[in-house]
Design a protein around this ligand. Structure first.
Ligand SMILES: Nc1ncnc2c1ncn2[C@@H]1O[C@H](COP(=O)(O)OP(=O)(O)OP(=O)(O)O)[C@@H](O)[C@H]1O
Length: 591
């Protein structure tokens, strides 16, 4: 709890010191008005019963003023801490984005624990605002409770125990919240499953297949079953929490009844006046309100505490995944090419080697085709080359220097990739392409040149506003593009990258016909040829189409994560092995 308070207050201080202190002062004044009302009411009762109308009238006015302060000050404080809460939520969102993207690799996205924690934190983030409010109000309540207790002690020392009785509901309330949170944690994987099923059932691409296969009903059943199991688990957590809370409230209710009886007896014995009875009844009501409010606020704060713990967990996991980056300078041009030396790779959390003892030279200026059946490890090899993962054994040498020792930022800047699952960036057209080279974001000539090399002139004409027009319709009224057009923008993004040393095409043409694939490679080829001539850049592409593959300088056949064959089309055809068999099989299919 202390660390949550420190986190929230630290962020509030960094966000706006003035707003924080302003909110604290207003809240405190409002909270102190409450016990002051009780004291004024005692004076009023005694004055009224003592036939002193002047004092009674003044005290009545004071009580009204205090009540107004109690009611109004909170609203003004709210204005201040609402803004502070917004600032905190925005800061936490920014940190979350940084944590999920802060590592150089993709390992964070492979860890189910990371993904589960991320889902929970993302859901809890909007609670930050309420948590800061709860913390400030709890501070006010604490001061109020001390003052109330001191006043009660002046009447009878036993009455000091009244606020203490609040400890039981507070402790049991915390345990109750723990149970609810644990139930939530247990349901996180199932909630991810229901989300995935919902996405499947509402995404045009998946719906097509589901309909034709007649599996919509099965999807519904699975979705329902997962929800039912989630709800049942949450219900159990909430029920056991509610029982614990009720037990705590009972303890306090008994203490409350006892306190009122104690002072009533004193009044009957003549040891207390009517004003004292009014004071105790008023304060006891206030204490019960204080306890109930504290319980509610602690629950909110506890939820934020969980969020803070999970955030810390994400920080730890993310930090563990950050690799010590190298600081070697990436060469201006490749002289010796890129060499794989006994490269092996397993995905995080898996024992299965996806690449195993890969030895391979990608010569400078060469165009290399990577072929192999599904799951052979082609995309994994591409990701290793990009530096998104590191080999678990062996090395990748760029002109003789281990990729690990090169500056990751410099290397990423020199890789120009086009993936099969290219990103659909719903941004302004200039931003969509400019992401490939941020320095060129406002350089219309460079952007237009890249779009021309990608043969995307028609798209520019189609987007209202041209470079400054929006593409995509998820959040704005942008131009709707076809799958092929989105890919063309991906190509422009790849071609805008300055001075690449490695150009990658990972099955970008999987959804295209042979003619369209040839056109795509032609568009890419001009830039790749220029990069090869100017700086020995290597072009590596993955394709299942042998009509494209045969043109490569070097063809590498991967099987079960190992290099089976490597050579030119002529060499491999002379060899009478896998490549030749696959080539002839595909050639026959096209005849
Ligand atoms: N993020 C991941 N976590 C764990 N295993 C993975 C991950 N990505 C891929 N794999 C596994 O690695 C193996 C190789 O996958 P990869 O995508 O490299 O194959 P590929 O040759 O590109 O296949 P395809 O031709 O189907 O694209 C597969 O068995 C796959 O299940």
């Amino acid at each position: 709890m202390r660390s949550t308070a420190a986190l929230l207050l630290g962020m509030a201080l960094r966000g706006s010191r003035g707003r924080l202190f302003g909110a604290m002062a207003l809240l405190l004044a409002g909270y102190l008005a409450t016990p002051a009302v009780a004291l004024v009411l005692r004076g009023f009762t005694d004055a009224a019963l003592g036939h002193d109308p002047g004092t009674a009238a003044r005290l009545a006015l004071a009580a009204i003023a205090l009540l107004l302060a109690e009611l109004m000050l909170g609203h003004f404080a709210h204005l201040l801490y609402f803004e502070l809460g917004e600032l905190e939520e925005a800061a936490l969102q920014a940190e979350l984005l940084k944590l999920s993207n802060g590592t150089q690799g993709l390992e964070t996205f492979d860890s189910p624990e990371f993904a589960d924690t991320l889902v929970l934190v993302r859901e809890d983030l909007p609670r930050t605002r309420a948590a800061l409010e709860a913390l400030l109000q709890l501070g006010g309540l604490a001061v109020q409770t001390v003052v109330t207790t001191a006043i009660l002690a002046t009447l009878d020392p036993w009455l000091v125990l009244l606020p203490l009785a609040a400890v039981a509901p507070v402790l049991l309330g915390r345990r109750a919240q723990d149970r609810v949170e644990r139930a939530k944690e247990r349901t996180a994987p199932r909630i991810r499953l229901t989300r995935h099923l919902l996405t499947l059932g509402t995404t045009a691409t998946a719906v097509k297949e589901l309909r034709l296969c007649g599996t919509e009903e099965e999807l519904l059943v699975r979705h329902r079953t997962a929800w039912q199991a989630t709800t049942a688990e949450l219900r159990r957590g909430h029920l056991s929490g509610a029982l614990l809370r009720a037990a705590g409230q009972l303890v306090f209710a008994a203490a409350y009844g006892g306190a009122v009886l104690l002072v009533l007896r004193q009044a009957v014995d003549g040891r207390a006046g009517a004003g004292d009875v009014v004071l105790v009844i008023t304060l006891a009501v206030q204490v019960s309100v204080q306890v109930a409010s504290a319980l509610g606020l602690l629950t909110v704060l506890q939820g934020a505490g969980r969020m803070a713990e999970r955030m810390a967990e994400l920080r730890g996991r993310s930090a563990a995944m950050v690799r010590p980056g190298g600081d070697g300078t990436v060469p201006a041009r490749l002289e010796r090419g890129i060499r794989f030396e006994s490269v092996g790779f397993r995905y995080p959390g898996s024992d299965r080697p996806v690449l195993d003892g890969v030895d391979l030279l990608l010569p400078p200026g060469a165009t290399v085709a990577l072929v192999g059946e599904n799951g052979a490890g082609k995309s994994t090899l591409v990701k290793l080359l990009c530096g998104l993962y590191r080999p678990t054994s062996g090395r990748i040498l760029v002109d003789g220097v281990d990729l690990r020792e090169l500056s990751a930022e410099q290397w990423s800047a020199r890789v120009a990739p086009l993936f099969q699952d290219f990103a659909r960036l719903e941004l302004l057209l200039r931003e969509n392409v400019g992401v490939g080279a941020l320095a060129a974001l406002h350089d219309d000539a460079a952007l237009t040149a890249a779009l021309a090399r990608a043969r995307a002139e028609r798209i520019v004409e189609q987007v209202p506003g041209g470079l400054d027009g929006l593409v995509g319709r998820s959040y704005g009224d942008g131009a709707e593009l076809s799958g092929g057009q989105w890919q063309t923008l991906g190509l422009a993004r790849c071609l805008v990258r300055p001075e690449p040393l490695l150009m990658l095409l990972d099955e970008p043409a999987a959804a295209l016909d042979a003619a369209a694939e040839a056109a795509l490679f032609e568009r890419f080829g001009d830039s790749a040829g220029q990069a090869a001539r100017e700086r020995g850049a290597v072009t590596l592409f993955v394709s299942h189409r042998f009509s494209t593959v045969r043109s490569a300088d070097l063809i590498v056949v991967l099987e079960h994560g190992r290099v089976l064959e490597a050579g030119s089309h002529t060499e491999l055809m002379a060899d009478r092995r896998t490549y030749r068999e696959l080539f002839e099989l595909q050639a026959r299919a096209y005849r």
